[in-house]
Structure formats: structure tokens, C-alpha cells
Design a protein around this ligand. Structure first.
Ligand SMILES: *Cc1c(COP(=O)(O)O)cnc(C)c1O
Length: 491
């Protein structure tokens, strides 16, 4: 005898489930409201790691108990990118609004791969807004994806198909008889090379063009490299410029690269993972001039846009080319003009994924609730804080700026003996202190303390804390090193 009530996963006591759910929500509000009182980051002890090594058990647990375990063993030991002291890598801070929207999306459990549904209409509305932000034509297309790594891959695939004709999808690269080559700068994100690898073209076919003193792609060197490859019988097809390089936040000279791409008939892609959303800030947008000429733009809402992870986007000027690259006929995905199977083309025709979550909802809520102007102000403010940090570094003889501050990333170091060793130690000490969490990068062989001001919660006091703690740890670490060196000498 089938007993449906025993086989559903819904609660049989909704009132107590509801109470538990409200408690969980309150715990997250408390977490976000009291972030400052917690350390940015703390490492897990080996006992704490062991909690996650228990074998799979058949016994069900009470929801409240599992939640209590989350509060105790997971929540305090995350990366800390919600915290105002977090300045490592380029991580967004998220917002309470985005969190609530993600809860609604999870409740709705929409599969946004296709079919006739309002969530897809909402994605299309966002696409319209994004097109207008970047002054793209009506015929452009686009897709929400996990992040810019996926968006960069999609752009390489579209450019490949556009260059070699649609038959490449069946025949594969080997039968084209052509050796495709692509170009990006030495400062480009690793995901561009990875995209070349995954696309089967090979990362060796990606030319890493040198950068100038401002960490921007050297366009003369780019032109030379394209010329040399053509002379050798290779087929240049793709240029990826960056808006907001990972190292220092540089913006490649977009108009000059666009001109060259047009002249050579190459695909002009912009990796604007975090930087493209500077388009929302009236004081920064002029620096992105030329982005409107791109064939494709990859960017993330989860970085400067503060939308909770994950929310990336690929925008493509020629929408047909995106369809040509990904649409695939399948009987179970056949389309109608009425009913659930209406509304073709579907998002699954625009990228490699069929089932997709409703990440557009948290993006839509973020834009609707805060408004684009406010989001632009937040972005501007992070750049102003970076300038403040730069000034504090320049005023302190113990500190040294290591790169120009174009946007919101500041690379500097503590001046000392063995600076690469000591600055790496300083960054670990800062992270372990729980006060602030910058990361490191290496510029011209010099290890830099890299502070990326992305999180909207960062204030001047957090910048001050970074400076004070860097100076304090620097002094202690340098003295320890000096005394151990002199001890060695005496021994
Ligand atoms: C972060 C970043 C990426 C990768 O984006 P994900 O969203 O992490 O996949 C690519 N390019 C640049 C310039 C980035 O800053």
C-alpha cells in the first residue's frame, strides 16, 4: 500500500517548521548585523575539520540540530568576504536583500533553462537593462552564468564558431586545417587561457601581450604579434581586453584595441569581471569608453555588484552568433507556439547548460531595491577608499606603493630586509589576526600586499586598521627575523 504522506519530503508539522525557519532567518540577520564584532577569518582546528569527515549515516537528523551545527561549525569559518575587513582577491560582500531574494528563488525552485515562464521574462528584462547600460544594439543577446570564467569560455566558443563557420561544431577543430590564435595581456585572468584549453584550441595559442608601466596591454606589441602570426600562416581570431585586471585593477586601452580588432577583423572581447560595472558610476564610466564596441563582455554581478554568489553574465553583440554556437535540436526540448514549450529561443540555446538556477532574481532584487545610482555610488566609494589608502601609504616612509591605483586595488609593501619573505608573513599574520584580510600578488618579482576594496561595508576605519596592523606586524616580524639571523651568526 503506497502511503504518500510518508514519502513526501515536506514537513508534517508546518507550524514548528515555520518557527524553525524564522529562527534560521533571524540567525542570518544577526550574523549580518553583527559582522564587525567577529574576526574576518579564522582557521579551522583539526578537530573542527574532523566534524566533516564523519561517514554517511542513515539516521535522519532534526532540522534544528543540523542548523545548530551549521551555526557552530560552518558559519564562523567561511572566507569572510561579507566582513568589512575583507580585502583579499576580488570578492563581493553580498547584501541582506540579495540573501532574501535567493531564498525566494530557492523556494520557487525555477529551472530557468527554458519553457514559458515569468522567470525567463525577468531574465530578458535584465538583458534589456544590461544592453542599455553598455549601449549594445537591440540584436544583442546574453545569459546569466556562474561567473566570468564561464562567460569567458562562452565568448571564446562563440568567436571560434563565428570565425570557422557552424560546421566546426560537428567537424571539430582538427578538420578545419586552421590554427587559431588569440591575444590577451600578461595581466589577464587565468580563465582566458583556461577557456582556450577547454575549447580545444590550446592555451599555447594564446599570446600574452606585454604590458606598459600602467599594467595595460601594449597595443603596438599586440599589432606586431598579430602581424607575425598571420605571416606564419596562423589564423588570429580573438582579442580579450581586461577592464579591471586582477593584479592592480588596470583598464586596457579599449578604443585602440577596438580599432585594431576592427582593422584585423578579430573578435573583440572584454573581460570586465569586476570592472565592467564601473559603467554604473558616472565618475568612472568615461574610463570604460570603447567597451560599447566590444563583440562580447563578460562580467560578474557577484563582485562589484554585491549580488550574492554566484551571478556572472555574458553579453554578446550579435545574438545570432550566440545561438549558432549553442542551440541544439533535441526531441524532448521541442518548441511550440503555445503551452509550456513556447517562448523559443530559450536560455539553454545560448550556452552549454540546460538546467539553470534563477540567479537573475537576486540580481533583479538588488538592482530594484538599491537602484543603479546607489550601486554606482558604492563602486565609486570603493575607489575613493583606495585613493585614501594610497595617500596613507605615500605619507608613511615605512610603506611603499608598488603599482598605480587605477580603480579600487592597492598594491603596496612594508619596507624592510627580505621584503618578499616578510611581506608574505605580514599578510598571513593579518589574516590570522582576524583584523583585516588582504591577499598577495607579485609585481615585477616583488611580493605585494594587495588590498582589493570591493565590499560595500568597508569604511575609512577599516583602511586605517589595515595600515596600523601592517606596520605593527611588519615591525614584529622584521625584529624576529633580525634576532634569529644574529643568533645564527653568533652560533
Ligand atoms: C574574478 C575574475 C575572473 C573570474 O571570474 P569568476 O566569476 O571568479 O569566474 C575573470 N577575470 C577577471 C579579471 C576577474 O577579476
Amino acid at each position: 500500500m503506497l502511503k504518500t504522506s510518508e514519502n513526501t519530503l515536506d514537513p508534517d508539522d508546518w507550524p514548528s517548521f515555520r518557527k524553525q525557519g524564522h529562527d534560521m532567518l533571524d540567525d542570518m540577520f544577526n550574523y549580518l548585523e553583527q559582522l564587525r564584532e567577529q574576526p574576518v577569518w579564522q582557521g579551522l582546528s583539526s578537530e573542527q575539520r574532523e566534524i566533516f569527515q564523519q561517514p554517511l549515516s542513515n539516521d535522519p537528523s532534526n532540522l534544528g540540530e543540523v542548523h545548530a551545527t551549521f551555526m557552530k561549525t560552518i558559519l564562523p569559518y567561511a572566507v569572510g568576504n561579507t566582513h568589512p575587513g575583507f580585502m583579499g582577491w576580488v570578492h563581493g560582500g553580498g547584501t541582506p536583500v540579495g540573501m532574501l531574494a535567493d531564498m525566494l528563488a530557492a523556494g520557487l525552485n525555477a529551472n530557468v533553462g527554458g519553457r514559458d515562464q515569468a522567470p525567463i521574462e525577468l531574465e530578458k528584462q535584465l538583458l534589456q537593462w544590461i544592453k542599455s547600460l553598455f549601449s549594445f544594439p537591440e540584436t544583442a543577446n546574453g545569459l546569466f552564468v556562474t561567473g566570468t570564467s564561464m562567460a569567458n569560455l562562452i565568448s571564446v566558443l562563440i568567436a571560434r564558431t563565428a570565425c570557422l563557420e557552424k560546421s566546426i561544431r560537428k567537424e571539430g577543430l582538427v578538420n578545419s586545417g586552421l590554427q587559431l590564435v588569440a591575444y590577451t595581456s600578461e595581466s589577464a585572468h587565468i580563465s582566458i587561457a583556461q577557456a582556450m584549453d577547454i575549447a580545444g584550441i590550446g592555451s599555447n595559442a594564446l599570446r600574452m601581450i606585454p604590458i606598459n608601466e600602467n599594467y595595460q596591454m601594449d597595443v603596438a606589441a599586440l599589432a606586431k604579434s598579430i602581424g607575425a602570426d598571420k605571416k606564419s600562416g596562423l589564423t588570429p581570431f580573438f582579442i580579450a581586453a581586461t577592464v579591471g585586471t586582477v593584479d592592480v585593477g588596470a583598464i586596457d586601452p579599449l578604443p585602440a584595441i577596438a580599432d585594431l580588432a576592427q582593422l584585423e577583423n578579430l573578435w573583440f572581447h572584454v573581460d570586465g569581471a569586476y570592472g565592467a560595472l564601473a559603467i554604473l558610476a558616472p565618475d568612472l564610466a568615461p574610463r570604460l569608453q570603447g567597451i560599447e564596441r566590444a563583440d562580447s563582455i563578460a562580467f560578474d554581478f557577484h563582485k562589484w555588484g554585491q549580488v550574492p554568489y554566484d551571478a556572472g553574465f555574458i553579453l554578446v553583440r550579435n545574438g545570432e552568433q550566440q545561438l549558432d554556437t549553442f542551440s541544439t535540436p533535441a526531441a524532448y526540448l521541442s518548441r511550440e507556439t503555445r503551452g509550456l514549450s513556447a517562448g523559443s529561443p530559450w536560455p539553454c540555446d545560448l550556452g552549454p547548460e540546460l538546467s539553470r538556477g534563477f540567479r537573475a532574481l537576486k540580481t533583479w532584487f538588488t538592482i530594484k531595491v538599491y537602484g543603479p545610482e546607489k550601486l554606482g555610488q558604492v563602486i565609486s566609494n570603493t575607489c575613493a577608499l583606495a585613493q585614501y589608502l594610497k595617500q596613507r601609504i605615500e605619507l608613511n616612509p615605512q610603506l611603499e606603493l608598488l603599482a598605480p591605483v587605477e580603480l579600487n586595488i592597492v598594491c603596496f609593501r612594508y619596507r624592510c630586509l627580505s621584503p618578499n619573505f616578510i611581506n608574505a608573513e605580514i599578510v598571513i599574520a593579518l589574516q590570522e589576526s582576524g583584523i583585516v584580510a588582504p591577499s598577495t600578488t607579485t609585481l615585477h618579482g616583488q611580493l605585494a600586499i594587495r588590498a582589493a576594496i570591493v565590499n560595500h561595508r568597508i569604511t575609512i576605519s577599516d583602511i586605517d586598521a589595515l595600515i596600523e596592523a601592517t606596520l605593527a606586524f611588519g615591525e614584529v616580524i622584521e625584529n624576529t627575523l633580525k634576532s634569529s639571523l644574529s643568533q645564527e651568526k653568533n652560533e
